[in-house]
Design a protein around this ligand. Sequence first.
Ligand code: 5RP
Length: 223
Amino acid sequence: MDMNQSAKLKKQAAEAALSYIKNDMVVGVGTGSTVNYFIDALASLRGRIDGAVSSSQASAAKLKALGIPVYELNTVDEVSVYIDGADEVNRALQMIKGGGGALTGEKIVASVAKQFICIADQSKWVRLLGQFPVAVEVIPMARGHVAREIVKLGGDPIYRDGYMTDYGNIILDVHHFKIINPREFEERLNNIAGVVTNGIFAARPADVLLLGTEQGVEKIQAQ
Ligand code: 5RP
């Protein structure tokens, strides 16, 4: 699939998510190129929604530029719906995320949201998670320690050179993990001292996947 086709499918999935947005809602907004299409579409509902809570500085800047009010998560009572992309998603709607480095903010807003709608093009749909490297956000002083623990778990950690997260931390992109039980693996990684969070989203999977395919947008519920 060429880039233009993949962009078209991302845009279709993103626009289909508008049907989950109701008047006066505070909308949780993820990060990435698919979400950027969603933010563009959300601008058409400006004035009808209350505003947004953002998972990253990048999405917050784009929302504000389009005139959509952005609230701090701590100042809102609830987030009805959270819209975000994924790097991989399986039948249980568990995901690998964090290719864009915003995994921590994404995991926090996803945990608060009542409903998580994942928007993706068909290239993200997988039987088993793990081809895409797992991003791990790490407190800088723990970089060596976390890398050694990850090697013991069978992964090959690569330092994301020159990248700093919204929270001043570093990212290790871990290749070659065998993720048999995503939920257990997510927890195991989080238990390493110095890990802030990791890009396996299994404890809080999506509720609905809107998958952009050549045949149109498929709506898939968790199985
Ligand atoms: C960012 C993410 C994104 O949702 C994921 O990387 C997918 O990105 P894109 O929509 O650009 O393909 O988790 O941290």
